[in-house]
Design a protein around this ligand. Sequence first.
Ligand SMILES: N[C@@H](CCC(=O)N[C@@H](CS)C(=O)NCC(=O)O)C(=O)O
Length: 236
Amino acid sequence: MSSNITLYSWTTPNGIKASITLEELGLPYKIEPIDISTNIQKEDWFLKINPNGRIPALTDGSQRVFESGSIMLYLADKYDTERKISYAPGTPEYIEQLSWVMFQMGGLGPMQGQANHFRLFAGVRSDYGIKRYTDETKRLYSVLDSRLKESPYLAGSKYTIADIANYSWVRSGPGALEIDLSEFPALKKWADEIGQRAAVQKGADVPHTGRTDADRAEFFKSARARIDGMDNSDKH
Ligand SMILES: N[C@@H](CCC(=O)N[C@@H](CS)C(=O)NCC(=O)O)C(=O)O
């Protein structure tokens, strides 16, 4: 099947969901790097592709697709005819896959995103905000851990877009929030295995910025130190 895909993205947990899915499907695509620190994603031309002004977004010919979950479902529905990384609509496994994609979109992404905000990026230090969202992230990890104790992958016996969606967030929990994944043994085993996949390693480096894991670790460390150096604003 022919495609004319352009991906607008950056190496963030939501961004790499789209690029890993494209790599797993072996689809050709053009990458438009959107460095979100420069706010290009708020410019008028980009808002025509994603009215929400965030990455990732994708165009396929004249079709625009925004929201990382919709992008994954769109790509799976249209291009995964061999069902390499998805279950067929109408099957019970498809509904399980959809449920775990929505779990990530409505739960893990927003909650871990807030934890990252309070722990790394906020303009004030709120110990309440850090605890609330880090605890909720860990609670969601325990839900994933329980599921992965009973099933090798989130939707069933096969690795799917549900795993890609959740893995893309879980992978950064240890570095950004100092979450010890060994507290969640089934989740850790699953994450370690997914992290070995060639398509995952390739997709997680899109667009290629040249930043290494050591650079990222250093960034997280100094971001946490900046927050730790402030007075806790909850007291005021
Ligand atoms: N629900 C959206 C969230 C997208 C999102 O929050 N993207 C972040 C990067 S992970 C972003 O673009 N941040 C820059 C901004 O908010 O301006 C999705 O899953 O696509």
